[in-house]
Design a protein around this ligand. Sequence first.
Ligand SMILES: *Cc1c(COP(=O)(O)O)cnc(C)c1O
Length: 445
Amino acid sequence: MTPPATSFEVHDPAVLRWARETLDRAADPRQMQREVLAAVQRNAVWRGKECLNLLAPEAPMSPTVRSLLSAEVGQRAAEGHIGAVNRWFVGTRYIDEIEALCVELLKRLFGARYADHRLVASMIGNMAVYAALTEPGDPIMSLTQPLGGHSSNRRDGPAGVRGLRIFDIPMDPVELEVDLEAFTRVAREVRPRLVALGASMTLFPFPVREMAAIVAEWGGKIFFDGAHQLGLIAGGQFQDPLAEGACVLTGSAGKTFSGPQSGVIVWNDPTLTQPITTAIFPTLAATHQVNRVAALAAAAAELLAFGRAYMAQIVANAQAIGRGLHQRGIPMLGAHKGFTRTHQVIADVSRFGGGYEVARRLERANIITNKNLIPSDTPDRWDFPSGLRMGTTEVTRWGMKEPEMDTIAALIADVILGRQEPEAARLRVIELRRAFPRLHYCFSE
Ligand SMILES: *Cc1c(COP(=O)(O)O)cnc(C)c1O
């Protein structure tokens, strides 16, 4: 049944029309299914084999981790906590083993006393934190989007849904670090119950220790939303939020962590265990995709073995791209302090047409990046911001190192500066990608 044409859609009407016409043309449902498979295949060839994927929130899973996503256990239901009595369903003997292995691997990886494996997204982890540690009407502090903040800690995300009063963490827009003096002043006035250090644009560490000491004056806590930095933290290549005084750490399993897209949450304080785990089940997760849990456990084992070397190279590669772009005349954030301490670098491309325009141009060259708000933008510049964000997780796992990062920086600069047509650069991109066919930092079968 074709829905009426007047119905309101948030999606691009042209793309939905393409889908309707494709389904209309199909002779039968079997052909409709083939259209789905064909689109998946087109993506696998283009994004999987012919692109330099520099999207900061992406990471390639190892063959083992990826194959677990289609494991038999993915069609089994396992609500509740681990163990026969804690489950609603029987038949979970081996599922208990998988999940317990996952929890214990996560604890080891982060040196934490508690971990949970059931977050179908890191967003859900953040919602669990707000449900467990705040009451509606409580004041919290978080970062604005132009300074790197994420919707999950703002009005339009879980923090807003929880009915929290949200105040901004003052940031130094040049140093791209928290302005501790201003923070102290605002925090003492607002007395936030929770300070959310969550950044999607993340270049430098946060002064967690100092901030924790300040909010402790009134019993406030630091919540570290390490969605992006989770793998770096696991590999010991970023700050260690729990050791520095954060009470809970959440993060995305599919960003630098390089596991299945979902969430991770770890903490040390035993008094938080009851509130956090009841927020997860039965509040926010029921059947939690045990195939994903298995993949998460396997990814955690890989990081135990390879995390240090993998994450160190990711950071070195990001610094090399930053250097390469800076040397070729592209303004880079944090250039005066080594560009980055994470997997990301941020260019200010306002004078080259802005982030939207530049990302689209690079896409024609098979270089995948994203437009990004930067400190000089107001939040309403959302669709057409000044920045461009690049991340090195995927190219690093393909085995590329500093010399290739300089080649990539040259390709990007050529396209941005109009020295080369994107279509000409694309041939060189495909050639570079083909030279690195094997994933690194994982066990061979
Ligand atoms: C990506 C991101 C999230 C959401 O993570 P998902 O795993 O996509 O749900 C939350 N917080 C920050 C800071 C992020 O960058």
